[in-house]
Design a protein around this ligand. Structure first.
Ligand code: ATP
Ligand code: MG
Length: 570
């Protein structure tokens, strides 16, 4: 491809709204242009990379027996009403006049087709996938194509006749995903995750560690433990019991509204101050108890109670259910018997605790959970913290890091097949709901994440797998020197016939511009053909990733290019 005939509008500076490296570099190197908040056009160079990513994805999906669909982005909203996902916040964009929605994902549509066309266990298992445009009403689209309102997803769905079959389909996808991300040259890790709005029994996210990530993950570098903070656990031991088991006693705490005030005013052990948090979960009141300095993990609560909706109680609800305002609430003497009390595992059977007395300005001390609180349940409720020991008990420490999600696999089960009536006849001729899995990859996210991981202050550094072109020929002094023109044309032709993708910068612009643009665009190898070198039958080859320069005889160029390429990773 000759650059004079291509369209790569590079920029010296990115617009102000671009703050993360991939967003800045994708705009500066002419891969994308913004059309509106969270909406991007891919320009030719950017779309060339997208196609390479999609090819890798297709190859790996075909390898596990996937068959490719193409389902419409525009969906009748009635299908979405059947699963109750018509009104998931941020999920669905509507075309109101016609009662249509722009699909955020395609579980419903897959179940719709399965209901119509899958009849018997003999037709299962199936893996159906597509690479399609998705729409989401993201509240604050930012970070460029990493979080768009329109984006490209490879979404796959497995249909199985047994739960064991689902395990097999899920494992096949996990392997395909590892292959896809490795082939794309990404450094990634997989974490156990919460299933969230999707429902289902198990899920794994594929993540990249990144300062700019919106997810938070917990890692142990020694043991390889990795989990989303939503589900992460640690081996921190329960606070246990103290010897001095005194009778329950109420005391006045008029100025101690927060745990910190309580600890300071009465010289208490913060771990034995039991914090009370009241939530309304699917319309029912719950009191969650945690160590004073711990945070409630809402995802854990959602999973524990298979809750569709949860929120902190309002001031009025606090008074209605407990009898007190925030700051004086506790497990003893609650006004309403409707409240379910669940304490964090770290407080299991603990005593010597201090907690609110459900009367404003009063607390209890010497609380013994096993003695004083009836029907108390325990569960893992807390957000874990950096430095805690990893859960398997080796004593190695956990660290917490930001991460970007690039893929997500779910064991969905029968939620969607039941809602839409997608059944099959089993071996005994009985109707059964199809057992589904759902598996997504963000195509733009792979591209942007690659750049997040592979760039320097000059620009992008492509590996061989996703590079839009493998070799970039820079003709310096093309107009002045016959030899430069001849060498460039000859190399261009030789590379093309060897099947090596080549971009030839034949533009009539200053050498400085050409060299800077080449570093910004980041093709793995740059062949600089300049007047001085050409006059003595030489060319310069620069490896973009290392900056190494090799000045070699023109006659060795092809051989050197091939051997240098073999040293550059994907
Ligand atoms: P996130 O937690 O980042 O919002 P999600 O959990 O909603 O993502 P899924 O529904 O699991 O995403 O979608 C599958 C994949 O699609 C994600 O792993 C991600 O790579 C990609 N993706 C999701 N939302 C967006 C978006 N707004 N822009 C670009 N890619 C996205
Ligand atoms: Mg997800």
């Amino acid at each position: 491809m000759k650059q004079s005939q291509y369209f790569i509008p590079t920029l010296k500076e990115a617009p102000n709204e671009a703050v993360i490296p991939s967003h800045i570099l994708m705009i500066r190197s002419g891969l994308v242009r913004s059309l509106g908040s969270g909406i991007y056009s891919f320009l030719p160079l950017g779309y060339r990379i997208m196609k390479k990513i999609m090819t890798i994805i297709r190859e790996e999906m075909d390898e596990i027996g996937g068959v490719e669909f193409h389902m419409p982005a525009l969906n009748p909203s009635e299908i979405w009403e059947q699963t109750g996902r018509r009104n998931v916040p941020n999920f669905i964009l509507s075309v109101k006049e016609r009662d249509l929605v722009l699909a955020p994902t395609h579980e419903e549509i897959i179940a719709f087709h399965a209901r119509a066309d899958v009849k018997s266990y003999k037709e299962l298992p199936q893996i159906w996938y597509q690479i399609q445009t998705k729409f989401r009403n993201e509240p604050r689209p930012r970070s460029g194509v990493l979080r768009g309102r329109q984006f490209t997803m490879k979404d796959a769905y497995s249909l199985d006749s047994s739960w064991e079959g689902l395990d097999v389909s899920y494992e096949k996808h996990a392997q395909a995903y590892r292959n896809i991300f490795s082939r794309c040259g990404l450094k990634f890790f997989a974490v156990g995750a919460a299933s969230g709005a999707m429902g289902g029994t198990a899920s794994q996210e594929f993540m990249l560690e990144s300062y700019h990530g919106e997810d938070t993950c917990v890692l142990c570098d020694e043991t390889g433990y990795a989990a989303n903070l939503e589900v992460a656990t640690s081996a921190l031991p329960p606070i246990g019991r103290i010897d001095n088991n005194l009778p329950l006693e109420q005391f006045a705490t008029p100025n101690s509204k927060t745990i910190n005030e309580l600890v300071n005013d009465f010289q208490l052990d913060v771990n034995r101050c039991a914090k009370s948090v009241v939530y309304i979960v699917d319309s029912k009141p719950y009191l969650f108890m945690l160590r004073g300095n711990d945070e409630l993990n809402e995802s854990k609560v959602q999973t524990l109670l298979t809750a569709a909706d949860l929120r902190p109680a309002t001031e009025e609800e606090l008074v209605k259910y407990t009898g007190a305002n925030g700051g004086s609430i506790g497990p003893i003497g609650l006004k309403s018997t409707e409240v379910t009390i669940i304490a964090d595992n770290l407080l299991r059977d603990a005593n010597g605790l201090v907690s609110g007395a459900n009367t404003n300005g009063y607390h209890y001390k010497n609380i013994d959970f096993s003695r004083d609180v009836a029907n108390l349940q325990y569960a893992d409720l807390r957000v874990i913290e950096a430095g805690e020991p990893e859960p398997s008990g080796t004593g190695a420490k956990l660290r917490i890091t930001n991460a970007i999600e690039i893929g997500h696999i779910f064991k969905l089960g029968t939620k969607y097949s039941i809602a839409l009536g997608a059944k099959f006849l089993d071996m005994n001729g009985k109707d059964q709901p199809i057992i589904m899995g759902s598996y997504g990859i963000g195509v733009e996210r792979i591209l942007a994440c690659f750049i997040e991981q592979h760039h320097d202050d000059k620009g992008i550094i492509w590996g061989t797998a996703l590079a839009p072109f493998t070799v970039h020929i820079l003709g310096i002094g093309l107009k002045k020197s016959e030899k430069v023109r001849e060498y460039c044309d000859s190399l261009y032709a030789q590379l093309q016939s060897a099947g090596i993708e080549v971009l030839f910068d034949d533009r009539d612009i200053s050498p400085g511009f050409k060299l800077n643009d080449a570093d910004l665009l980041g093709m793995p190898l740059q062949i600089v053909v300049g007047e001085k070198n050409a006059a003595i039958d030489q060319v310069e080859i620069k490896v973009r990733s290392t900056g190494d320069k090799h000045v070699i005889p023109f006659s060795d160029a092809m051989q050197t290019i091939t051997s240098l390429l073999s040293t550059i990773g994907s």
